[in-house]
Write a protein that binds this ligand. Sequence first.
Ligand code: FAD
Length: 404
Amino acid sequence: MRFIVTRKEFIKKSTALGIGAPFLSILLDSCSKEDILFPDFEVNFSGKVIVIGAGAAGLTAGYLLDKYNINFQIIEAAPVFGGRLKRADNFTDFPIDLGAEWIHEDPSVLARLISDPSVDENIEIITYSPETIYNWKDGKLKKHNWSANFYSEYKFKSTTWFGFFERFIVPNISDRIVYNSPVSEIDYSSDKVIVKNTAGDIFEADKVLVTVPIKILQTESINFVPALPSVKKAAIDSVEMPDGIKVFIEFSKQFYPDILFTDRLLSAAWSEDKLFYNAAFRKDSDKNILGLFAIGKKASVYSNLETDDEIITNILNELDTIFDGKATRFYLNHIIQNWSKEPYIQGSYSYVFNQSESATIAKLKAPLDNKVYFAGEATSSDNGATVPGAGESAYSVIEVILKE
Ligand SMILES: Cc1cc2nc3c(=O)[nH]c(=O)nc-3n(C[C@H](O)[C@H](O)[C@H](O)COP(=O)(O)OP(=O)(O)OC[C@H]3O[C@@H](n4cnc5c(N)ncnc54)[C@H](O)[C@@H]3O)c2cc1C
């Protein structure tokens, strides 16, 4: 969820919609040639690439390598693809995005991500223009419906970010993904790059593209041989990827507004660190589903609790205080996605750059001996912390690799 006024550069480019803009249905083939990111260029590379991580960046990289007939493998630690894209199919009567959910920019980005404006599929997009916005501060619940004018957001109507990748990207590359294979070492000391996983399996390639979350690089669970240059290591350590959690709760009655902030309105909008929201807004749904999105310290309050029972009790108590006990009265069911406890993610996304953002990103992206490359949301110059940013980071690095 993003207000137009925000810390991130990408919002400057986003399209502001008027309040109450009608439901929007977008045909991907309505995008023009200029929407295509991947320019024609001469491919000079014919070796093998190993991509580490099957999240948005790694999958997009695989999609592009496949397009250019390059030999590649994707090595993924988890038993599934998606990384911070994750879907709950059976929680309610529409699929729920347990990770990335909002599109955050003009939906033509979807055509750009698959580099194909002529794709003959329809994806229905909803304009996410909430009508009721409240905040809870100092024991008072206040309406701020006027602030809906400042929202500029899109969402999928009946699919999810995970579903988009599952449908348009993964079918081309599914046989190239090796699952349950946490990479523990990348040795780039000789001609070929040798990648080892925790089971001791060895993979060999001419080039390796690392797309794991920045937190995984910070914890040094991947050993680089030779060690990462100190400048790169310092850049990695300077980026904060704080806690992140999402919770969806089904109630028998809707007693909450479309958006509820639990802070002063402007602080909440600026920091974008916690909100309750009507997750069924403009979906084809008969259900009352309240979402909670929290990152940073406001996520840690929940994500550090021992059990899911403690988390949901804490949230229901909080909502009961705001809505006179209605949360407990109308509660039916919940689902919790604690991203901080996911072993191969360990948090939300790159959130704070403690040094100059552009200089840090340049150091994060810098390849090692033209053999080991880096992509992923934290390396995106314009769209960090988003799915499009992760995808675009793959486009730019694959172009570099193939041109060399
Ligand atoms: C709670 C939350 C809400 C969000 N909301 C939005 C939103 O609304 N809109 C939006 O655009 N973005 C949102 N994002 C951000 C978005 O999800 C990410 O920016 C994007 O998905 C990151 O993609 P990635 O490929 O860079 O990393 P990831 O998706 O993290 O992929 C990295 C992959 O590397 C794998 N891996 C890790 N370690 C190893 C290893 N040692 N060996 C092999 N594989 C390994 C991981 O399992 C993972 O699959 C949200 C994120 C969170 C957490």
